[in-house]
Design a protein around this ligand. Sequence first.
Ligand SMILES: Nc1ncnc2c1ncn2[C@@H]1O[C@H](COP(=O)(O)OP(=O)(O)O)[C@@H](O)[C@H]1O
Ligand SMILES: [Mg+2]
Length: 265
Amino acid sequence: MSNDREIFIEVRNLHQRFGRHRVLRGVNLEIYRGETLCILGGSGGGKSVLIKHLCGLMRPWKGSVVVEGEDITDLPERALGTVRRKVSMMFQGGALFDSFTVGQNIAFPLREAGLRDQKEINARVSRALEIVRMPGQEKKMPADLSGGMRKRVALARAVVEMPLCVLYDEPHAGLDPITSDSIDHLIKDLEIDHKITNVVITHELRSVFRIADRIAFMKEGVIYWSGTAEELAASKDPELVNFVQGRAENRGEWDQGTPRIDTSE
Ligand SMILES: Nc1ncnc2c1ncn2[C@@H]1O[C@H](COP(=O)(O)OP(=O)(O)O)[C@@H](O)[C@H]1O
Ligand SMILES: [Mg+2]
């Protein structure tokens, strides 16, 4: 993480609801340029909803989101395209098109953005595959890939436009520990080699302790706590202790973890 602590995204008193169900109840959060921030919290707590606001995929009911000093809250859809090239999302589950090749999947955002030069598209797809350590695999079909490789292709698609920030919605879900480790390496490489700001929703504490510069813990629609991994480990707050111990007991994350079978293949 860079030391200068320049704010890259600022979430101000963000509220969101679905009908009468109030999911976000005043989220305040600063995301610093070049950091890896992990978002933790119970299932259904609003983590996915929160990060969809960071790239303009959802609009606040109340409050605002500021990206690089620009308030994106009321931007017209047209202008949000520019925001999404800066702040890119790796979706939960990868969300690949099964009838497209790997290359076509990765090229999709470029085509959406209006790029037509096939040479340029090929070059960018090839570079994205190099970044996720799958060089030359353009012609493969998603169905032929392991769960871990599908995640990498999803990540390649998220970085093909060379964003400044990548949002990851549970990138470790369904992966065995070794494959999770390789995703962690890619996330950290993006931070270190490409100066990308990472915002990672995950339940894998092992990963959190490896990759997080900072952690934000969500509860009841607000950021209940934020701090470093050391601060989380040392915290006596029963809420945090419960969460950490619960995860550790259920999944064995504090030791190296008993290898789990990758059921996503
Ligand atoms: N598009 C939607 N329409 C209605 N309810 C939604 C929608 N998206 C999320 N929710 C609800 O908002 C709550 C928070 O969801 P989510 O952000 O996905 O939780 P998390 O990612 O923390 O598990 C859940 O109760 C979920 O059912
Ligand atoms: Mg979610």
